[in-house]
Design a protein around this ligand. Structure first.
Ligand code: HEC
Ligand code: HEC
Length: 385
């Protein structure tokens, strides 16, 4: 118990003894909570620049990336493009897993690519640390696009792409060694993905207005009161879904049932990420000794198995109403289901790998609080640009 709660409990006991009714709860928000709220709203207009990608922010690369993202001829089967699994308003699919070449299904739920360039780690388990290197994974994954440098080079031979590639990288596609070609295509795709921004949500205005109301001592009268209070205090959601991206960009085991191939979470992929030629510190990075490369070393020294076993990346909650179903398995069909999941303190022990983090406990939410949380999540949808 915090000292405050102890005092409140003692007071409630004393008043209870006197037969007096007492609301023992501290007014929301207290000073810490107000600080938390201040950090939650308004993403910067542009995602941070990726210094490991020399064509990041280059208009010509963004345009070529747009074409390549939508081109099924980059896949070996000729029918699957990035867009196949990252299309529609939510830039994902509405099923738990997605179908790739040969009718194969992905192991996990495809995350949205909206606002993806604001993230530090990619994939549910964080096995890619840069957006351009991430793109090489679905290209070559046998259950997704099943492609390789030969298929990609043959497709880039198309006149339109060829000249653009040469203008951006100074060589013709067929002159490049396979890994250079694949990472450059990844860099062009990443340049395009960086433009898929959907920010400016009603949530941002609500939080700003709520802060002003709280500063004026009128928090309880504000329509966002119950949702924000439950998000920050009773639900503890903002412990992980924090900062304007509504993610701490870290990995947690929240106890999502999974006994399949992808259940190991970040711990299972850490060694391969650290040794990967395509990471921020590797030979294909355009800033191999920059900040992003140094982050990998921090990860190397700080990683603890008990924290990362079965741990998945905290997803951003922005645009979450557009991206059902939820969680890395896609097991939760609706936002109401997600709230029930948290209310029960996660799935039963033993139905997932590793140990659940201490923050995830049964919440004892009222129906009103559940509804307020769902409304809050729905308000996080940004305006389409
Ligand atoms: C067959 C479906 C499929 C195709 C095709 C596909 N993806 Fe994905 N994508 C997924 C799945 C599933 C994941 C999550 C995988 C995981 O976490 O293990 C994912 C993850 C991602 C992520 C990480 C997002 C995040 O927040 O971590 C990005 C970015 C992405 N894909 C971009 C692309 C690009 C670019 C292409 C084309 C080169 C592509 N995808 C093709 C299904 C697909
Ligand atoms: C301990 C950190 C933590 C806390 C606390 C937390 N979350 Fe999460 N949240 C995560 C992680 C990690 C995932 C992904 C887990 C997975 O798929 O295995 C997630 C997933 C989600 C998703 C699904 C998003 C998607 O794209 O699939 C929603 C919605 C969500 N959380 C909302 C909430 C709400 C509401 C609360 C408070 C009641 C909350 N979270 C508390 C870490 C946390």
């Amino acid at each position: 118990m915090t000292p405050y709660r102890l005092r409140a409990a003692a007071l409630a006991l004393a008043l209870g003894g006197l037969g007096l009714a007492c609301d023992s709860e501290e007014a929301f928000p207290n000073l810490d909570e107000l600080d938390q709220l201040r950090s939650l709203h308004t993403l910067p207009r542009q995602p941070p620049k990726d210094l490991t990608n020399r064509v990041d922010g280059v208009a010509r690369a963004e345009q070529l990336g747009d074409l390549l993202f939508h081109d099924p001829a980059l896949s070996r089967c000729g029918t699957v493009s990035c867009q196949s699994c990252h299309g529609g308003d939510g830039r994902t699919v509405d099923t738990a897993t997605a179908e790739g070449c040969g009718g194969n299904r992905t192991v996990r739920n495809p995350p949205t690519v909206l606002n993806v360039a604001y993230s530090r780690w990619f994939m549910w388990d964080g096995r890619a640390d840069r957006l351009w290197s991430q793109a090489t994974l679905p290209l070559t994954n046998p259950v997704e696009m099943d492609s390789d440098a030969t298929v990609v080079a043959a497709r880039l031979d198309d006149t339109e792409y060829r000249g653009e590639y040469q203008a951006l990288f100074g060589k013709w596609p067929e002159e490049e060694p396979g890994p250079v070609l694949m990472t450059n295509v990844g860099k062009v795709l990443a340049a395009y993905e960086r433009t898929l921004v959907r920010i400016d949500a009603p949530f941002d205005e609500d939080v700003k207005r709520f802060i002003a109301a709280a500063e004026a001592g009128q928090a309880e009268e504000d329509p966002a009161y119950l949702g924000l209070k439950t998000f920050v205090r009773k639900g503890q959601c903002a412990v992980c879904h924090k900062s304007p991206s509504l993610s701490d960009d870290l990995f947690h085991n929240i106890g999502v049932e999974d006994t399949g191939d992808g259940s190991g979470g970040q711990w299972a992929v850490l060694e391969s990420l650290l040794g990967w030629d395509f990471n921020a510190a590797g030979p294909y990075s355009d800033a191999p000794s920059g900040t992003d490369a140094r982050r990998l070393n921090t990860l190397r020294t700080q990683a603890k198995q008990e924290e990362l076993d079965g741990a998945f990346r905290t997803p951003s909650l922005r645009n979450v109403a557009l991206t059902a179903p939820y969680m890395h398995t896609g097991a939760q069909a609706t936002l109401e289901d997600v709230i029930d999941f948290y209310n029960e303190g996660g799935d039963p022990a033993g139905s997932f790998v590793g140990k659940r983090t201490d923050t995830i406990v049964p919440l004892d939410l009222s129906d009103e609080e559940k509804r307020a949380l769902v409304e809050l999540l729905k308000s996080m949808t940004g305006a389409a640009r």
